[in-house]
Every structure is written in structure tokens, then in C-alpha cells.
Design a protein around this ligand. Structure first.
Ligand SMILES: C[S@@+](CC[C@H](N)C(=O)[O-])C[C@H]1O[C@@H](n2cnc3c(N)ncnc32)[C@H](O)[C@@H]1O
Length: 550
């Protein structure tokens, strides 16, 4: 498989492992005004660099996100936008400086963009559910490089399609070459076998093509071609067809009939072939509306009539913020609505880590309001306008906005607003104990892959050190902030192993279990010898040295 190389790639392919794990700091909860429907709850808006945010989301959301939409900077080199599109933003520059080292200053625009995107796509891939899908908006500046990088990260076999989105409705005349009127959405499934798009609702226009000129009791139908390409036919599909009025119909060059003669005559007898109102026309097969699928497969060209255009996106944001022009490049909510209809069910988790003005959240809220769903969004935006534009737009959509004839009713809903909090490990690799025991335990449980329902908290009635138990293993986290802990015989004797096995589940709920084969015990020190540990199936892990970094 061809792979793409660029300056700095070797510095970033594993960079996602080095990104410090930070806790997300909840700042406030917003809930729509009383009386508004509350089916859009459990949403999050996070202010921070998405690299750190993506990493922080892993323990809770790895493998759980159903639909990702991102609209990253297109890397146009245009510096004059509300956000900085060309990775020259000081925050990203600082990051490039730290990660790519001196080379960072010399990287070309494309190298820098790829360095920025690669670790983020790696983490996005991990967050996606096995039957999940990612849509990435992009234009010709980086579409070709993005495709190759996504082939590498998601697997070329999981590429679904590139969609052409007609973003402009009028041509630009002051151009040197072509008037560019489209962007792309590059679509990858986590696993192409597992993800299938929903059908789109049939439009009124599509249904209007079905009529009933012969009053067929089976309802409206439309005529479809009764021939196929000759190359697809067998010998029995080449014949002269006799119509009920005796007229002989011969095949045009290069065509065969769709059916063999006996089958065709059966269809004629069942009034499923249409020879026109006079009975003399070329035969057509009647396709009844009741027999077509209730939806239609989505095509790969998305026209602005159906999903909106750039100006529509701008108008939406101007209607929401009549007081000022706040954001230059919002996508239209209908574009996101199309993505959501194709890729989500009513309980989906939707992630957008280049949130901008929050169009993704707007579309989620609207669709939930329409179909009563409880899709949840997680948005991340790096700039300070995460609060003043992204979150503010969501508040206005939830509460309702506009005046007079332009009033738009609120969708209801709620969200929590977070910023990026402290790192779990200090620079000297020691634990940052200020984050609290619960956060440390959650992290260790995640790194040990203990499923949420098998984890235990410090309220466990048998032992506060119980971290979790599966059928084959039990984890103990022997940690005290104010003293050094030692795994020794006294500690083991203090544990009621039998009670732990039976009642060591979450919150100490009783559940008859087999004795696990392995006991994984975290402590500051170990006073037991190797033979003893092996004999009793105990693995000692030293705090913090043996707590894995991911
Ligand atoms: C093209 S805009 C997205 C517009 C959005 N789809 C909308 O409809 O409003 C890209 C956004 O990504 C944000 N961004 C860029 N790099 C980021 C990063 N590393 N972390 C979080 N947000 C970032 C930018 O600040 C900008 O708001």
C-alpha cells in the first residue's frame, strides 16, 4: 500500500502516546429554561486543544463514539480568519516546537498540517465504535494527503467514499482558473463490514415521479427500462417480444430483455408491464412505490438544495448572533443533519473536535427535537470563543432565539462545560496526587482494561483497596496519600479474599464468583519474595512506576 512521508512524520507517529493524560475540569452545567423538552441531555463542550482532550476522553469513550464529524483547518494559508487556519497559531506552533524539535520551524505548510492531524486522527480512531464512522470536511489543499494518512490509520479497506459537497450556489468570476464550488467529506468506517449508512427519507420530489395512469389497484408506480446491457444477458434474454395487441418489439442494439420470455409474459399477464396508453409503446416495467425500499441510498454528490451551502451557514450564525459577525466559516446545519441521518440512531454519541461555532451541536439538537432522540454531542474547541461562541450558540439553540417572525423555538437540552485540567503525572513522572484518589483509580482501572461494570470504588464494604474483578483476575489498589504502602503478609491477612471474591464487584454487590487465577496488587513497596508471589498468582505493580502510560 502506498504510504505518505513528510518532514516530521517520524516525530508524530507515536506522539499520541506521549501526550500527557489530563483530567477534564467541569466548569458548569447549563440546562435549557424550564418547560423545554429535556431529551438532549448528557452533552459536553470542552475548551482546549483537541489532542489533550481526545486523550482525556479515552477512559470513558474508547470504542464508544458512533459518529465523528470534524472540520479541521483546510490549510489554505489564509491568515486573516477568526481562527488561524495554517497551524501558525502560537498554540500549535508551540506544540510543533516541542514535539518536532528544531525541524518544526522549517516544516512546510503541508508537513505542519500533517504533523498536527496525524496524532489526532490516531486518537479519533481509538474513540470510534466498531460500527462507527468518521466524516472529515476538507478541500483540495489537503484532500489528497488526508486520504493517504487516513488509509494508513483507518485502513484503506475501511474507506467508504469521498462525498462532493456543493458549497457555493453562484460562480465566482474573479478567478484565474476554475470557480471552485465544492468541498469534500472523506468518509471512513472503523470497520466497513460493520458500518452501513441509514437510508435517506424519500423526498416528495422522488415520490412525485410515481403515478397511476391505468388505475392499478396496487397504487402509484413509475415506468423503468425493461432492457439491460447485452453483455449481462444469457441467450434466453434475446427474443422478439409480442405485446398483448400483437405488436412485435425487437431489442435495440447492445441490449437484452431484463427477463426471459416466459417470465416477461407472466409479468404482462399480471399487468406489470406498461405499453403506454395506446398499447404501442416500447414496454416498461412498472415499479410500484409500495415495493421500493422505504428510503433511498445516499448519493455521493450532495447538492446545496438538499444540504445547504456556505452562505446558508453564515446566515444561520448571523440569525443566532444578530449583534455581530462572530464566525466566518460555519457549515450549514443541514450539512450536519445529513451526516447525522446517515450515521446515527437516536442514542448515538457524536463527536466533533474542531467545533468552531458549534454547528454539529446545533444539528444534533434539531434532529433530537424532531424525532425525540437522545443523541449526545461532545464538542471540543481550542480558542477562547469555545465559551462565547460555541457554548453560547448551543445555549441559544436550546433556549430559543430570534424575534418576531424570526423566532425559533428552543430545542431544550443541557450540557456540561469543561476545560482541560491538571495532568495525572508530574514532569518527574510521579503521580500528581492533587487530582484525587478517585481520578487515579479510574485511570489505573482503564489502563488495566477493567470494564466499568466490574470496577469497584473506595466504598466497597469489604476493602476500600478493591479496584475491580473479572472472572480471571482481581485488582487491588493499595494506595494511601499520606503513607507508603507495602504489599506484605499483614496486608494480605487484612483482606477477606473470599468476601472480596463474592462481594467485590461495584459497590460491593454480591455475586458468586470463581476464585480468580491472578491477583494484581498495586502498592508503593513489596516485601514478599518472588516464589511466594508466583505460588499465589500475585503480580505486584509499583506505584507509580508500573502504572502504564497510554
Ligand atoms: C473550520 S473551523 C470549524 C467550523 C465548524 N464546523 C462550524 O461549522 O462552525 C475549525 C475550528 O477548529 C478549531 N481548532 C483548530 N485546531 C484545533 C485544536 N488543535 N483543538 C481544538 N480546536 C481546534 C479552530 O479554532 C476552528 O474553530
Amino acid at each position: 500500500m502506498p504510504t505518505l512521508h513528510w518532514v516530521g512524520k517520524d516525530k508524530v507517529v507515536n506522539h499520541h502516546h506521549d501526550v500527557p493524560f489530563r483530567l477534564l475540569d467541569k466548569k458548569y452545567t447549563f440546562a435549557a429554561q424550564e418547560g423545554a423538552p429535556l431529551n438532549s441531555t448528557g452533552n459536553r463542550i470542552i475548551h482546549g486543544d483537541n489532542l489533550e482532550v481526545l486523550k482525556s476522553l479515552l477512559p470513558e469513550f474508547e470504542g464508544k463514539v458512533n459518529c465523528i464529524y470534524i472540520d479541521p483547518p483546510y490549510n489554505t494559508g489564509n491568515e486573516g480568519w477568526v481562527y488561524n487556519d495554517a497551524v501558525n497559531d502560537p498554540k500549535i506552533k508551540k506544540w510543533l516546537g516541542q514535539v518536532v524539535g528544531k525541524e518544526g520551524e522549517d516544516l512546510s505548510r503541508h508537513d505542519k498540517w500533517l504533523c498536527m492531524m496525524y496524532p489526532r486522527l490516531k486518537l479519533l480512531h481509538r474513540l470510534l465504535a466498531d460500527d462507527g464512522v468518521i466524516f472529515v470536511s476538507i478541500d483540495d489543499n489537503e484532500q489528497a494527503t488526508l486520504k493517504l494518512v487516513m488509509d494508513e490509520i483507518f485502513g484503506a479497506g475501511n474507506f467508504v467514499n469521498s462525498i462532493i459537497w456543493e458549497k457555493r450556489y453562484s460562480p465566482q468570476n474573479a478567478v484565474k482558473w476554475f470557480s471552485e464550488s465544492h468541498d469534500f467529506l472523506i468518509v471512513y468506517a472503523k470497520s466497513k463490514e460493520e458500518w452501513h449508512p441509514n437510508l435517506l427519507e424519500r423526498s416528495d420530489e422522488m415520490n412525485a415521479r410515481y403515478r397511476n395512469p391505468d388505475d392499478d389497484p396496487r397504487g402509484v408506480w413509475k415506468p423503468v427500462d425493461s432492457t439491460a446491457q447485452a453483455g449481462h444477458g444469457t441467450q434466453s434474454q434475446f427474443y422478439a417480444l409480442t405485446a398483448p395487441n400483437g405488436k412485435q418489439h425487437t431489442l435495440p442494439n447492445g441490449r437484452c430483455w431484463l427477463y426471459t420470455e416466459p417470465v416477461f409474459q407472466q409479468l404482462v399477464a399480471d399487468n406489470r408491464i406498461w405499453f403506454g396508453s395506446t398499447g404501442n409503446n416500447v414496454p416498461a416495467v412498472k415499479r410500484f412505490l409500495t415495493e421500493v425500499k422505504q428510503g433511498t441510498a445516499c448519493q455521493t454528490i450532495w447538492k446545496y438544495d438538499d444540504v445547504g451551502h456556505n452562505q446558508e451557514g453564515k446566515k444561520e450564525i448571523n440569525d443566532l448572533f444578530p449583534e455581530a459577525t462572530v464566525f466566518d466559516t460555519p457549515k450549514p446545519a443541514r450539512l450536519l443533519d445529513r451526516v447525522l441521518r446517515l450515521a446515527t440512531d437516536q442514542n448515538a454519541i457524536v463527536l466533533d473536535t474542531f467545533a468552531g461555532s458549534g454547528t454539529t451541536a446545533h444539528a444534533v439538537l434539531k434532529l433530537n427535537a424532531q424525532d425525540g432522540g437522545n443523541r449526545r454531542f461532545i464538542l471540543c474547541e481550542m480558542m477562547d470563543y469555545a465559551e462565547t461562541i460555541t457554548a453560547e450558540r448551543v445555549r441559544r439553540v436550546m433556549n430559543g432565539y430570534g424575534e418576531g417572525t424570526k423566532t425559533v423555538a428552543g430545542t431544550g437540552g443541557a450540557f456540561d462545560y469543561y476545560s482541560v485540567g491538571p495532568a495525572l503525572f508530574k514532569e518527574d513522572k510521579n503521580l500528581n496526587e492533587d487530582v484525587g484518589e478517585a481520578a487515579i483509580r479510574n485511570y489505573v482501572a482503564y489502563t488495566e482494561s477493567i470494564p466499568a461494570e466490574k470496577q469497584s470504588n473506595t466504598d466497597n464494604p469489604v476493602s476500600r483497596y478493591m479496584l475491580g474483578a473479572s472472572d480471571t483476575a482481581m485488582w487491588l489498589f493499595y494506595y494511601e496519600r499520606d503513607r507508603v504502602t507495602t504489599l506484605n503478609l499483614d496486608f494480605l491477612a487484612s483482606l477477606n479474599i473470599k468476601a472480596l471474591i463474592d462481594g467485590g464487584g461495584k459497590g460491593g454487590v454480591k455475586a458468586k464468583r470463581k476464585r480468580p487465577e491472578n491477583f494484581i496488587v498495586y502498592a508503593d513497596k513489596c516485601a514478599l519474595d518472588k516464589d511466594f508471589l508466583i505460588k499465589h498468582g500475585i503480580t505486584f505493580k509499583r506505584i507509580p512506576r508500573d502504572i502504564s502510560r497510554f
